[in-house]
Ligand binder design. Structure first.
Ligand code: ZN
Length: 54
């Protein structure tokens, strides 16, 4: 039995099982990843700005 990684609900479709989560959770997961990536870039930019002013 395959369960969604995010909400632990049963995965019905083959595609969801391949992804490891349902379509709704996949969207949320992708949004989370985008946010993490965005925050990483923010930190990098801040570091660059700091090193310039220092
Ligand atoms: Zn889910």
């Amino acid at each position: 039995m395959h369960l969604c990684e995010r909400c632990n609900r049963k995965l019905k479709s083959r595609k969801s099982i391949d992804v490891g989560m349902g379509p709704t959770c996949k969207k949320k997961h992708d949004a989370d990843l985008a946010e993490v990536e965005f925050n990483k870039n923010q930190i990098t930019i801040d570091e660059v700005m700091e090193s310039k002013t220092a």
